[in-house]
Write a protein that binds this ligand. Structure first.
Ligand code: SAM
Length: 194
């Protein structure tokens, strides 16, 4: 999907994603020492806005102008940038780089992860959460194209030289009209040596 497709998707509803942060982002990052953070493909900003509320100095990048406009409506505490994450360049480094539910065709996602890693400060954390490949058969919702789904082992492979803090498939509860379901997400957290 290009930025125009995403704009159309955002325009189709008042709010596409929740206003609350992702479950795992909130759980794992709630008690971290705030610093400078970057949210790549931030959407309407649910994670960046929450991180800013607990003290992080956040930059949020997304190529959808509708999503960016919605982010800007919520807060002035996050620097929202409308740009393609495959092309955007950072002038500074970050203590945290977050990528949540960005699903690109190969090799673009690997390229984003490798770029994200370049923007980390020493001891900085790369936090990746997205729909796992096993979600197609054993999970709920999410993209239905296997080539855009994430794989723990493949991602860990790209993070050579980093300390892997967490790398697993996690279950995320999703409440639907017909009851509770569980989506399967890839969660990888990795730290650059200090
Ligand atoms: C599923 S949403 C996730 C949004 C947000 N990370 C969250 O968890 O709420 C995927 C987002 O990726 C953005 N996106 C997709 N490809 C992108 C690209 N190449 N550059 C920047 N943003 C992109 C879309 O505009 C969309 O907002």
């Amino acid at each position: 999907m290009d930025s125009g497709d995403w704009d159309d998707r955002y325009r189709a509803s008042d709010r596409l994603w929740s206003t609350t942060p992702n479950l795992f982002v909130a759980d794992r990052l709630r008690h971290t020492r705030p610093g400078r953070g970057l949210d790549l493909a931030a959407g309407e900003g649910r994670n960046a806005v929450w991180l800013a509320s607990i003290g992080w100095q956040m930059t949020a990048v997304d190529f959808s102008e509708v999503a960016i406009a919605r982010g800007l409506e919520q807060t002035q505490d996050v620097q929202f940038v409308q740009s393609d994450v495959l092309e955007w360049e950072s002038k500074v480094n970050f203590d945290l780089v977050l990528v949540a539910y960005l699903h690109l065709r190969p090799p673009d996602f690997e390229k984003v992860v490798r770029r994200a890693r370049e923007w980390l400060e020493p001891d900085g954390e790369l936090f990746l959460i997205g729909h796992d490949s096993s979600n197609l058969t054993d999970g709920w919702g999410g993209p239905q194209y296997p080539e855009v789904l994430w794989d723990v082992a493949a991602i860990v492979d790209w993070l050579d030289g980093m300390t892997i803090v967490e790398s697993e498939v996690v279950r995320r509860p999703v409440d639907a009209d017909d009851g509770r379901h569980f989506a399967r997400d890839t969660l990888v957290r990795a730290r650059l040596p200090g």
